[in-house]
Design a binder for this molecule. Structure first.
Ligand code: AMP
Length: 477
């Protein structure tokens, strides 16, 4: 059994990104608007850009940051850097000076691939710019470096909803294992066309969306997310959409007004934040199927998913991909082990040590529950635990109850300091119609022990979320 697991891990981690992603002979086409790149053209352009970056002095092991919105050039820069054995540091183009400065100082890239809008900022931070709209090219391909699955591939900064972002260093084997796990779990083939509307700087867009397309030999269309654009691409032959719950919310709002037949779509995937059961049911009605909800974390990879065949249970994130083990540790913390899990934080041995248990499991910081069928449900972050009157309250449990109320569109539960209770359970609610604080508290009391029920309800117009649709609770407290 253990020997089998080891063998599976070796198989999933085998090879390197350039070898696996740029393997000739597959039919993928990458497109963006009216521009497209066939697989053959992608291989040739990648070699040329790798030559151009090598001419600028980029060497194996150097970091190269990519600080720009999604585009075909973004993809070329990423593949060319991997082709040279460089370590790609992709980050959110919406980041402002202080956030970019932290990432650039910490990762210390030799080059920063960026666009016109961000160029002056990057230069003011003392970094050498490569213009993304005009990537350097050379006719002669540089020699292939010696890479193994353990060679570093990317540094992805954690979204930092609490504290300063840390750079999670993932190797070639980590990324390949995650991607292969997803391909297998979601039956991804060369016949698929992914409607790609997620940021490439996050694993969901990069390891799943882009690498999955290249590895499976399928195609991909890059779009800027709007519900209308998604519907148009899905109706024009897109077979899959990967999204975050806030995207599905907007998509459903749009489809209520402008119904469309999406029955030919093979698969919708949701992740990065909890998919409320009511939204899942809305998707069933409006999209024709509920999304497959998946769970992951930058450091541990995207590694757990509801089944492709078989019941997709709202409120649960499902079962581990091949080669991944999940267990619940102290305080029901979700812990992961497998070839997908990172080796450590970039230049941060203390944080790395804290991230693993003594027996080598990665501590996600999420609180989980294993259901009777063995599937995993996420109850929230350990750090978000509210201690009210000496009792533990998991915000997600309270949110799930309030989300059932027909006049609640969205809800976030946090603990606010209180002289009497230590922390007071407070619900921030985006209403969907007329509803009062007293009604919602009474609704909760019928369904939850009193100590878990909100003391206070505050009505707001929207909830603060980051680029991946993740709730930013720290902005509420
Ligand atoms: P990131 O490292 O940015 O991918 O964020 C990872 C965190 O997102 C996890 O630790 C979870 O707290 C949260 N997350 C990801 N997927 C889900 C999901 N399906 N349900 C609930 N939380 C999720």
């Amino acid at each position: 059994m253990i020997a089998d697991l080891e063998e599976t891990r070796r198989r999933l981690r085998s090879g390197t990104l350039p070898g696996a992603l740029l393997r000739p002979g597959l039919g993928a086409v990458l497109s963006e608007g009216d521009r497209s790149l066939t697989r053959a053209a992608l291989g040739q352009r990648t070699d040329r850009v790798a030559g151009g970056l090598a001419r600028l002095g980029l060497r194996q092991g150097d970091r190269v940051a990519i600080y720009a919105p999604n585009s075909l050039e973004w993809i070329l820069a990423y593949l060319a850097a991997e082709r040279l054995g460089a370590v790609v540091v992709p980050f959110n183009p919406a980041y402002r000076a202080a956030e970019a400065e932290h990432i650039l100082n910490d990762s210390d890239p030799a080059l920063v691939v960026t666009d016109r809008e961000r160029r002056a900022l990057v230069e003011s931070l003392g970094r050498r710019v490569v213009p993304i709209q005009d990537l350097p090219e050379e006719a002669k391909a540089p020699p292939a470096p010696e890479l193994t699955p353990e060679s570093p591939a990317v540094i992805i900064y954690t979204s930092g909803t609490t504290g300063r972002p840390k750079g999670a260093l993932l190797d070639h084997g980590n990324l390949l294992a995650q991607t292969r796990g997803a391909i297998e779990a979601w039956r991804w083939t060369g016949a698929d066309r992914l409607v790609h509307a997620l940021p490439l700087f996050h694993l969901h867009g990069l390891a799943m969306g882009l690498n999955g397309t290249l590895l499976s030999g399928g195609s991909l269309t890059l779009i800027q997310f709007t519900p209308a654009a998604v519907v148009a691409e899905l109706q024009a032959g897109g077979s899959m959409l990967f999204g975050v719950p806030s995207m599905y919310q907007r998509l459903c709002d749009h489809l209520e007004e402008h119904p469309a037949d999406l029955s030919r779509v093979r698969l919708f995937v949701s992740g990065s934040a909890p998919l409320p059961p009511a939204l899942f049911e809305r998707c069933e009605r409006l999209l024709g199927q509920g999304p497959v909800e998946r769970y992951g974390i930058t450091e541990g990879g995207i590694v757990v998913s509801n089944p492709y065949d078989g019941p997709r249970r709202p409120g649960r994130v499902g079962f581990p991909f091949s080669g991944v083990e999940v267990r619940l540790g102290e305080s029901d913390e979700v812990q992961l082990k497998g070839g997908q899990v990172f080796a450590g934080y970039w230049r941060n041995p203390i944080a790395t040590r804290e991230a693993f248990t003594p027996d080598g499991w990665f501590r996600t910081g999420d609180v989980g529950e294993i259901e009777t069928d063995g599937s995993l449900a996420i109850r929230g972050r350990l750090k978000e635990l509210i201690i009210s009157g000496g009792f533990n309250v998991y915000p997600r449990e309270v949110e799930l109850v309030l989300e059932e109320h027909p006049r609640v569109a969205e809800v976030a539960v946090v603990g606010l300091p209180s002289d009497r209770w230590g922390e007071e359970v407070t619900a921030f609610v985006v209403p969907a119609g007329e509803v009062t604080e007293l009604e919602l508290i009474a609704f909760a009391r019928e369904r939850l022990a009193t100590f878990k029920c909100p003391h206070t309800v505050r009505f707001v117009e929207y909830l603060p979320r980051n680029a991946m649709g993740k709730l930013e609770r720290s902005k509420l407290v």
